[in-house]
Design a protein around this ligand. Sequence first.
Ligand SMILES: [Cu+2]
Length: 388
Amino acid sequence: MKLEHTALLLLSLPAASLASGSCTNPSEKLPMCSSAPPPSQRLRKEVNDLSSFEWDAVVEAIWTTKNTTLADGRERYGDTYKTYDYFVLQHAVATQDSRGDQGHFSDAFITFHAALLLSFEQNLRLVDPDVALPYWAAQANGDIYTEDLVGSVPGTGEGNTVVDGAFANWPVTTDMDWESDWAGYIQDVEGATNGYSGGGTPGSMRGADNFLSASTLTRFGSPWSYSIDLQDKCLAESCWAEWYGDCIEGEFHSGAHTGIGGDGSGGAEGDFKDVVTSPNDPVFWFHHANIDRNRMLWTAGKGEEDKAAFYGYGGALDKDACQMKGYCPAGGIELTDTISALWPFDAAADLGVETVGEGGRWAVHADVICALAPDTAAYAYQEPQQIS
Ligand SMILES: [Cu+2]
């Protein structure tokens, strides 16, 4: 299965991106990259390509993580079980790191989110070992805003809450007790402190600047899609700074968040727009999987020399990419740094990989490039079958 898939990927790539050896890395010392291929790869499919049985299983597993407490979940699914909100807050803490955002506006955007998605998917698979995370290609004829799939945009309930679709009346936590329930996940990290403890409305699991107080998922925006060419456009980019900075985060990623989430009145932001807690909208996982799919396709089209240079991933040295928004975190995003160290990923337990990081426990940025590569990840992306 793996070989066939790789062959497919190569065939579908534009010839220009098959050139190798063009990327250099600004870091002086690069880690060793030596992950072994997995015995097989599960397939992440486009949401419209899932059978209704497959889609229902994904939806049910997601709801189960939302509705099952940590204690009950651990009893049923094992010690590594996490609740849905765990991932919302892991994302929130990354954004509010005192060194600067550890998951956005820099080279670390793609590595952080790849790790978050895989950890989330592994958690779903504790609940149902047959599910794989779907992706949403976000293209015009791949409509997702339906009763069968993710429901309406804007939400059609009171205050634009989402009352239809697979995640109708999806709860967003509004009675969070940060200190007693969550502060214990924060690790001691030299030179970093956590700036997240809740939303603009007390108890709300949203960003501090977001005054949305609804207790269910809210979308103020409008249906959003992008040109079918964007996936290919990003594939034609040369090295990390150009690929990530010119195509991935801004053009490919942000439009969906602002477009679907939108703004309400009185300082309320739709859940998907809130850069701190956007995983509150389950669309987050499907949209980000589509971006991770571009990482797989783009790296699959590169040669061994580019891979050995980590495709030019330069962390804080990668000024071209970091300056995309005139911003670069002061630390924490180099290849050998722990990914979002204040609330990190346990490489073995959360991601099922061996880390090249010091200490051998927490995943580092290089691990995504080494161990979640097209030929080493436990998952692969099936090309969309219904979109052309
Ligand atoms: Cu994010």
